[in-house]
Design a protein. Structure first.
Length: 229
């Protein structure tokens, strides 16, 4: 099979207006990927599937990633002359800037016809709030159907062109997206039919106080001041 760099170069030759970035993976698996822009992703995906040398006809896995806002610290070295005429001093200056967050979808592609793969491609949203729409790749690989629904459900990415985009794991009235890194789970678990363990402990805070028995005075809550003394 061609290297990922060769595939990128062929794609750029076929789609000269497209933006395709090689994203390296520093981990032991070294599973590098190609970052595609949303505008040309569907055309490129179709090419990857239909090109005779590649025939990437099967998407085994599609998943989401949440990248929150991140503070980037850049360090630069600067030479400062010594007023006394000595050797210049090297000082380090640190600057900080905020890298806006975004969401990603990652697709692992294989060729059943050519018996090779994976080729990993990814798409990236504009941000994590109001620019979270990406093209669905289900029209190219049918196996993306439920997996894109799961990504939509858990991460909030909206897939334009998906044949049936609706929640898959959470119910229709559920709000928010549980796999977002800033998601805060509610402590009111009334909807769980049999809460137990830590869930039960959190749910008890929302249970109504039991009625006092006749003739029995309600026990007042402990006085923090008296408890310390």
């Amino acid at each position: 099979m061609e290297t990922l760099e060769q595939i990128r170069d062929r794609l750029l030759a076929r789609f000269p207006a497209a933006k395709i970035e090689l994203v390296t993976n520093p981990g032991p698996a070294a599973e590098h990927s190609l970052l595609l822009e949303a505008a040309t992703a569907l055309e490129i995906a179709t090419f990857l599937r239909d090109d005779d040398a590649l025939r990437l006809d099967y998407c085994s896995n599609a998943t989401g990633i949440d990248w929150p806002d991140k503070e980037i610290v850049e360090t630069t070295k600067k030479s400062v002359p010594d007023p006394a005429g000595g050797p210049a001093k090297i000082i380090e200056e640190k600057t900080k800037h905020l890298q806006p967050g975004y969401l990603e979808t990652v697709y692992h592609l294989y060729s059943m016809a050519r018996k090779h793969g994976p080729v990993v491609i990814r798409l990236r949203t504009g941000n994590r709030s109001d620019q979270v729409t990406l093209p669905s790749l289900t029209p190219v690989w049918r196996s993306c159907d439920f997996q894109e629904r799961e990504i939509y459900d858990l991460y909030g990415i909206r897939f334009s062109g998906h044949p049936d985009l609706r929640r898959l794991l959470m119910w229709d009235g559920f709000e928010d997206h549980p796999m977002r890194k800033d998601y805060v789970a509610p402590d009111d678990f009334e909807w769980e039919p049999t809460p137990h363990g830590s869930v039960l402990d959190r749910a008890k805070a929302h249970y109504p106080a039991p009625p006092a028995e006749p003739g029995v005075a309600a026990t007042p809550p402990p006085n923090p001041t008296e408890a310390k003394s």
